[in-house]
Design a protein around this ligand. Structure first.
Ligand code: SAM
Ligand code: CA
Length: 281
């Protein structure tokens, strides 16, 4: 099952596949809410564990819409709304961070008192803007993307929001820039938070480097770690080529993170899944 739009605002209807609003991928985890009660009854019979089961992974499009309308849109800043609407018109809008995930990131940054952060993969800047809104006035974000053109769509909104002074946008490939940072003493054990939302086939390479750049007690968030639900789908599900291409890399990443004793982790099923990793040594 796949969605062909990735309009963060599109109201998914019950029984339809939700667009993941995170355009790395279309979302594939779909359960009709009309079956919700029956499923719940079945789960209850299986015992508490089963009842908890997948319930934290979005179980219906209608429920997602409810979350957006009740808890997210009313609290989204006018700047985020404007950038979301600009991005919706862009052909690659599937890549944007969905607003409920933006809200999650903002709260997380405040909970950990983040000041120095980095973002790998900016696109038009929804997660960057959300981060900049959440950081204190002297907070800083190093934001890396190979594509400046897409960032320039969001840059005027970020400027209007008065957040330019927090952002250091660096155009170019991520990996060599991380290697350069590793040579600079000031970036070792430096970042409070790093959001990774770029090429999934490089996440394991990034992880090795980011563990030296994030401080002990700091957090790395790897985005799209549920990869459209494809991780557990049968072989014959006709996913788009890019989903099939990156699937083994996301599977490998999840294994690597689960086995890494330098971090504590939690897989958060918001958006297409974000795995939070707290560096402990
Ligand atoms: N966080 C963004 C947001 O909230 O809209 C979405 C980022 S989008 C999923 C992925 C971005 O990563 C794209 O803008 C792409 O240009 C960038 N990217 C992919 N591979 C890259 C690489 N190796 N180096 C630099 N940028 C890369
Ligand atoms: Ca993403």
């Amino acid at each position: 099952v796949e969605a062909h739009t990735c309009n963060g605002n599109a109201a998914p209807k019950a029984g339809e596949t939700a667009a993941t609003t995170d355009c790395d991928p279309p979302k594939t985890v779909v359960v009709s809410h009309e079956n919700g009660n029956a499923a719940h009854e079945q789960d209850k019979k299986k015992g508490r564990h089963a009842a908890v089961g997948h319930k934290s992974v979005l179980q219906s499009d209608a429920l997602y819409q409810y979350i957006l309308e009740t808890s997210v849109y009313p609290r989204e800043s006018p700047y985020q709304k404007e950038l979301r609407e600009i991005t919706e018109k862009h052909p690659w809008n599937l890549m944007t961070t969905p607003p409920d995930e933006g809200q999650f990131l903002m709260l997380l940054l405040k909970l950990i008192n983040a000041k120095n952060t980095m973002e790998l993969g900016v696109y038009t800047g929804y997660s960057l803007l959300s981060t900049a809104l959440a950081l204190p006035d002297d907070g800083k974000i190093i934001a890396i993307d190979i594509n400046r053109q897409n960032y320039e769509l969001g840059a005027p909104v970020i400027e209007k929001a008065g957040l330019n002074h927090k952002i250091d946008f660096r155009e170019g490939l991520i990996l060599p820039q991380l290697d350069d940072m590793l040579l600079e003493e000031k970036y070792i054990d430096f970042f409070d938070f790093i959001f990774v939302d770029a090429d999934k086939d490089n996440y394991v390479n990034y992880h090795e480097r980011l563990l030296k750049l994030v401080k002990v007690g700091g957090v790395i968030g790897y985005d799209n770690t549920l990869w459209n639900g494809s991780l557990v789908a049968p072989e014959d599900v006709p996913y788009p080529t890019y989903v099939r291409h990156y699937r083994p890399f996301v599977l490998e990443l999840n294994q690597v993170l689960a086995a890494d004793d330098q971090i504590e982790i939690s897989q958060i099923p918001v958006g297409d899944g974000i795995t939070l990793c707290r560096r402990i040594k």
